[in-house]
Structure formats: C-alpha cells, structure tokens
Write a protein that binds this ligand. Structure first.
Ligand code: NAD
Length: 492
C-alpha cells in the first residue's frame, strides 16, 4: 500500500455517494501527513440512507436465515483476505500499534464467526406444546438500525452491531466517528457488497447526522457506543418515537488488588499493566483506577513500575518493538494532559512510565508520556473522571469493605477486576456493581465474545456479544394457539 491519501465516500443503497464537502483525517503519529479524506454528509443525505434502509427492510426481513448467514460468511471471508492491508490503514489513521490493529480485526472475526454459528439456534422459533395449547415465540427483526460508533475501536464496535442486526433481518445505517472514518468505510463496502442494496449503508458526519439517525421516525433501533453525555442527548432525541436502544458507554473501571495478591507474580503484573495501557488507555473496558490493599501497597507500586518500564514501549505503530502508539487526536491528548496536570497541582506524585523508543516520532505526533499517579484523593478528578488515555492512579485502601465501597462509588459500572486468591476474589466480585468482573485479569485480555457485554448504571443499557447481543436486534413475538378457544371470562 502506498501512503498517498485515500478518499472514501458514503455508501447508500448499494452505491458510493459523493458529497460536495470533505474533511481530512491526519495520521496521529505524524499529523502533517493526511491519511485520507472522508465525506461530510448532510441531514438530507442521512434521510436518503434511512429511506433506502427502510425500503430494503420490506424484503430483507422475509429472506431466509440460511441466505443471510451464507452472505455474511462470504463477507467475512473477503474481510479476512483484506485484513493485512486494512490493519495497516487502521494504524495510520488511528495511531494504534500494528499488532493492536490486527488484534481488533481478530476480535471482530471472533464475534462475526460466533454470530453466524449461533444465529440458527438463537433466532429460530421457540415452540412449546402445553396443556393450554401451543405457543410459538418468534424473534422478529425490528426494522432500520442506526449504528453509531466511536473512534477507539472503529472496526470491532461497528461489526459488533452490523453482523447481528443483518443476520436477524434488520437493515443498517452506520455512522462512524470523524476521528477514524477511513478503514471502517472500506470494511462496510466489503460487507455491503455481499448484500442487496440498502441493507447496509454508511454516512459520515458528527452530531447533526447523529441527530437525524436518532430521531427519524423510520429508525426502529439505535445501537450506540460512545460517551455517556452523548448518550443522554441521544435518549432525548429518540424519546418522541420511543426507539429501542443498546447503549455502550463510558466507564471508570476499577481494579481491586486484594491483600493475598502475589506481587512477585510477573505475569500477573504484566496483565495489570496491559489492562491499564493497551491502545494507550483508550478502551472503554480498560482498568482506569487501581485500589491496592495497604499491606502490599509499597511493594505493589515498586513491582508495577518495573513491569510498566519493561512492557510499555512507546513509538511508531509500525515499529515491531512498540507496544503503544500516540493518542488518537489532539483534543483527547489535551484532555488527558489536563487531568494529569490537575493531579500534579493537587500535590500528587506523577511518575513517568515505559520507554520512548522513537524520540523524534514522539516529539512530532500526538504522543503522551505514560504516567502513574500516586497520592490522589478518592474524589479527585483523576480518580473519578474517565481519562481514556495513558495515565492511571493507584490508591491504597485499608480493608475489604472500604475497597468494595470505593469500587462501587462511581456513576459508572462497565467492567471491573478483582486480583488475589481465586475463591476470595470471586466472593468479592459478587459484591461489585458492574456488567463484567474479571478475576486476575482485566480489559480485553479477559473478554469472551460468547458472553454478554455491557454496563450497569451510567455505563449503558442492554448488552452486546453473546446470545443477548443477537437477540437485542429482535422483537419477541408471541403467537398463541389456545386449545380451548372459549374460556369462560365473560359470564354466559
Ligand atoms: P462520543 O460520544 O464523542 O462519539 C461517539 C459517536 O457519537 C461518534 O460517532 C459521534 O460522531 C457521535 N455523536 C456525537 N454527538 C452525537 C449526537 N448528538 N447524536 C448522535 N451521535 C452523536 O465518543 P468518542 O469520543 O468517539 O468515544 C469515547 C467514548 O466512548 C468513551 O467515553 C468510551 O468509554 C466510550 N466507549 C464505550 C464502549 C463500550 O462498549 N461501553 C466502547 C468504546 C468506547
């Protein structure tokens, strides 16, 4: 692949759709380099895409499940063939290290393969003969799905929605984030090429396009991943037409280190560091605050710094020794820096972590020095707000009750992790308020696409992945066939 800028278009009703206005996407490793141009769609374009999806739904919903699965499997194969090139494009527009981009495609395939393999079991009718007659429960499609995704995992967070929605007989209009619009458009074009026009469409833009996608009466369901504040606007926009929603939102995931955690377990220490710094900390399910029992706090911090200095290697995403690239965009870099500066101004100790491998590249791009923050108060912004970047606070706690209370004292509840002797950790995990709690691992390392994923409290509504992640795109339709047609409800 050359490094010439590419141009992507929106894709509506089976055709590339060119717009008058475009915007450029720079390479976060070298912001002077334009990786490509994406369209700026209008609300009118968005209405066209929704109309096309609505029209396509009228026939797509009646296609057989076999046909949908066959088409999806062909699309997955084509995507797999294209992955080496697409992963490189993703690293260039996103900033994540190449192994990380390849890993994102890997997770997407795990899920899409699972969805195809499980669709027959999940979507087939449930039929029950009983003493009152027969009941058929069918899992009907909903209609047009607006899928709105963030920049941090543009491929997996789009395919997590596209695959189950289409397999269940819905049609989709996807809107990716303006901070990573290029690779996902290529992915959508490949998938859409295997389906009739209108089944899968993509439009680009920001809030104005988003508002149309979330308020248009022809849209039946919103599948959104992004920030909690954006979700609040979406809920309001969707209220007038009572739309179904799956919302995967922000988090401030806690890692709770119990006193029986072995600080000399180097593999476990490496897992903790990765759970804080993978993708430069820009993952919803990254461990964003760490509470360590005071009896092992000093040793833990020392071993943590040793592990972080070994495993965090910052530089060019295409350098095979690099484990961490730049932050995706300047706005995010400034925000994360402001949280670290605030912590410093409150008297926290800020310790630089890791090795900077490519110094010139580091100076030029949207890089941040990875940092550990010690001495933060439990209510300081660094301990409460979602950083979504390469910094993490580690704080001591004194007893189990306090540790659990600290973990639960958050508006969020996406994932969490408990580290220590396994049975002890499971007992503690049962008391944690979160959609997922992992034992002795955290973040993507402990993700299993066969099981439902989502948040409690302000981290979300509904679940993706697992069987629930397919059923979430269906309406439960009960067809009752009573044996006795004239039950005596009304007196003769
Ligand atoms: P964001 O909320 O700013 O944007 C997400 C998407 O919403 C983008 O496509 C954006 O253009 C669109 N959007 C913005 N305003 C809109 C509106 N009014 N109506 C409709 N759409 C609108 O989020 P971001 O900065 O791209 O991503 C970071 C956030 O996403 C973090 O909070 C992170 O925790 C969260 N996230 C959550 C998960 C999860 O599974 N729970 C996964 C990844 C990221």
């Amino acid at each position: 692949m050359t490094n010439e800028p590419i141009v992507v278009h929106s894709f509506i009703n089976g055709q590339s759709f060119e717009t008058a206005k475009r915007y450029s996407r720079e390479n976060p490793t070298n912001p002077d380099e334009i990786v490509g141009y994406a369209p700026v769609n209008t609300r009118e374009d968005t209405i066209r895409a929704i109309d096309a999806a609505h029209e396509a739904f009228s026939f797509w919903r009646w296609t057989s499940l076999d046909e949908r699965i066959e088409r999806m499997e062909r699309a997955i194969q084509k995507l797999k063939d294209a992955t080496p090139e697409l992963a490189r494009l993703l690293s260039r527009e996103h900033g994540k290290a190449l192994y990380d981009s390849e890993g994102e495609f890997g997770v997407s395939f795990m899920w899409m393969d699972y969805a195809c393999q499980t669709a027959r079991e999940v979507l087939s009718d449930d039929v029950e003969e009983h003493d009152g007659g027969k009941t058929i429960i069918s899992h009907d499609p909903m209609g047009v799905v607006s899928a709105i995704t963030p920049w941090n995992y543009p491929i997996s967070l789009s395919t997590i929605k596209i695959a189950p929605a289409i397999l269940a007989g819905n049609t989709v209009v996807l809107k990716p984030s303006p901070f990573a619009p290029l690779t996902v458009t290529k992915v959508v074009e490949i998938i859409a090429g295997e389906f009739p026009p209108g089944v899968l469409n993509i439009v680009h833009g920001d809030a104005d396009v988003g508002v149309e996608l979330t308020s248009n009466p022809k849209v039946a369901k919103i599948a959104f991943t992004g920030g909690t504040n954006t979700a609040k606007s979406i809920m309001k926009a969707a209220a007038d037409t009572i739309k179904h929603m799956t919302l995967e939102l922000g988090g401030k995931d806690a890692a709770l280190i119990l006193p029986d955690f072995d600080v000399n377990d180097e593999r476990a220490m490496r897992r903790i560091v990765i759970s804080n710094f993978l993708t430069a900390g820009q993952i919803c399910m990254i461990a964003k605050r760490v509470y360590v029992h005071r009896s092992i706090y000093d040793q833990f911090v020392q071993k943590y710094i040793e592990a972080a200095n070994k495993w965090i290697r910052v530089g060019d995403p295409f350098n095979p020794n690099v484990t961490m690239g730049p932050v995706n965009n300047l706005r995010q870099k400034k925000y994360v820096q402001s949280l670290v500066d605030d912590a410093k101004s409150r008297g926290c100790e800020v310790i630089p972590l890791g090795q900077i491998l490519d110094k010139d590249v580091f100076e030029k791009g949207y890089f941040l020095q990875p940092t550990l923050v010690l001495g933060a108060g439990y209510d300081d912004p660094i301990a409460v707000d979602e950083q979504f970047g390469p910094t993490v606070p580690i704080m001591p706690y004194d007893d189990e009750e306090q540790g659990i209370a600290l973990v639960n004292n958050s508006i969020y509840g996406l994932t969490s992790s408990v580290w220590g002797e396994q049975e002890h950790a499971i007992r503690v995990a049962r008391r944690v308020e979160a959609g997922t709690t992992m034992i002795n691992t955290a973040a993507v390392q402990g993700l299993d696409v066969r099981f439902p994923f989502g948040g409690v409290k302000q981290s979300g509504v509904g679940r993706e992945y697992g069987k629930e992640g397919i059923l979430g795109y269906t309406e439960t339709h009960v067809i009752n066939v009573p044996k006795n047609l004239e039950l005596p409800y009304i007196p003769e």
